[in-house]
Design a protein around this ligand. Structure first.
Ligand SMILES: [Zn+2]
Length: 261
């Protein structure tokens, strides 16, 4: 397995660029121009250090068993369960793929879990640089294995969405699969999304709403936030985006948006 680091990934301490991964005494690491070093673990570039999630939802993603079960057991069925009607990958992923511009050169799967959207992007745009970011090392290692099995090149980076180690104006398309519901401090996420995106960037988010038959009490615990139907579109609008498509099935909303010209 060969790990490369795209030029848009920068040091979280000093924002300078990295050299390509280097091996020393069986350990692989990346090093920034100022000399800050970070380990590469099982092909994942770990820019975060020790695990420190703050919510139960984030903690559950740190558990190895969650990483194993997530895409094998829960994720393929989750949207059908939550929307109350058949909602397989064959329905979800084309909606995501359709919103990825064919000329997108750098694509980010933000809070990527097992990298489902990252693989979709890499398969659709094989020439693009595809980056997956998450806080959970077990999830990222599983995502890396899946990318190898699918024969696609994706760079997985362990980092915090509230302070992304990504150069300003460098991402052409950001994909977010259900993760807005789990994120803390959403205003910081919107600011970061605006900062990292190019002037013509697009964005796709699948997230859950608080309506229909699923009780907010069932899901509204442990760091999961359910949105009103206009919450995410309003946040996008106020941070410089235009919503271009909007699909809603039960409590599942899929939005695509473009930066204001
Ligand atoms: Zn540095």
């Amino acid at each position: 397995m060969h790990t490369t680091i795209p030029t848009c990934i920068v040091c979280p301490q000093c924002s300078s660029g990295f050299t390509q991964p280097t091996q020393q005494d069986r350990n692989t690491y990346v090093q920034c121009a100022q000399g800050h070093r970070y380990p590469v673990r099982s092909g994942v570039i770990d820019l975060l250090g020790a695990p420190r999630p703050q919510s139960i939802a984030a903690w559950s993603n740190e558990w190895r068993i969650t990483a194993w079960a997530y895409e094998r057991l829960w994720r393929p069925r989750s949207l059908s369960i939550l929307s109350g009607q058949p909602f397989p990958y064959s329905r979800e992923l084309p909606a995501v793929a359709a919103a990825i511009p064919s000329d997108a050169r750098v694509i980010l799967d933000l809070a990527c879990s097992n990298g489902l959207y990252a693989r979709t992007a890499a398969q659709q745009n094989p020439q693009a640089t595809v980056i997956g970011i998450d806080r959970s090392l077990p999830m990222l290692i599983d995502a890396q294995r899946r990318a190898v099995a699918a024969n696609v090149q994706i760079t997985y980076v362990r980092a915090d969405a509230r302070s992304l180690p990504i150069a300003t104006a460098s991402i052409d398309c950001t994909l977010i699969g259900g993760s807005l519901n789990e994120m803390e401090e959403l205003p910081r996420i919107w600011d970061e999304l605006s900062r990292i995106s190019t002037s013509r960037a697009s964005l796709v988010s699948m997230h859950l709403l608080r309506r229909g038959s699923v009780s907010p009490r069932l899901l509204g615990f442990g760091g999961i936030t359910l949105f009103g139907a206009d919450d995410v579109p309003t946040s996008l609008h106020t941070t410089g985006w235009v919503v271009t498509t909007r699909q809603q099935t039960g409590i599942v909303q899929i939005l695509s948006a473009q930066r204001h010209p």
